[in-house]
Design a protein around this ligand. Sequence first.
Ligand code: 6GU
Length: 255
Amino acid sequence: MRIDIFTIFPDFFKVLDVSLLGKAQTSGTLEIQTHNLRDWAEGPHRSVDDTPYGGGAGMVMRADIWLNALESVLSSLPENSSEEHASGSQQAILVPSPSGVRLTQELAQRLSTYQQLTFCCGRYEGIDARFVEALKDQEGPEVIEFSLGDYVLNGGESATVVAIEAIARLVPEVIGNQESLTEESHGESGLLEYPIYTRPAEVAGLGIPEVLKSGNHADINAWRHDRALEKTAEVRPDLLQIGGKARANLSTYDR
Ligand code: 6GU
């Protein structure tokens, strides 16, 4: 998978050189390139923003600079043919924004099959709305404005790091043990994860649930499902509501 990141803070993304994503870059499974938006700006200050039409606080990033930047990098990438589209080799442009669609495990899963992703990190009050409008108007990669949740960040950089970690770990070869992906929170079941334990058998006066030492895997699975359901009902009841992802997976329980 290839990832291009446009930002005025390229240094922010050094964190992606660490741990599993760093290894995936070294091995060539993942190629991440950052681009400094100011390289497409003009004038002595290489300014990328201006005051908002209609007034109001803060500054707005200029759509023309953003479009020029994307144009010069994306046009140099291999064509995204319809043939590739069918085999799951798509491209997407991702724009972090508190007013985007929620980044879910399901969306991360879909994007992990893409060949190339472009992240556009806005700062200040965001990017001139015509940037996304123009991208959607032209034939080209799918455009997705995404949000991490209902709170406001100073810019899209940290959200982009989060999105890349969520997506790239689902690319086969990035995580050594694919099995560790199968039973985690927000996975297939739609439930939060059950509690897990390791040695020592006693910590701070607390032991291990007996069933986990029983060797009976049917009992262990039933216990884990119960705990996952309990935890979900306690902290994320929304996941169990009608339309909630977990609801279809409660077959052994009263709905
Ligand atoms: Cl993706 N961007 C910004 N700027 N703020 C956010 C966000 C994204 N998700 C939640 N808050």
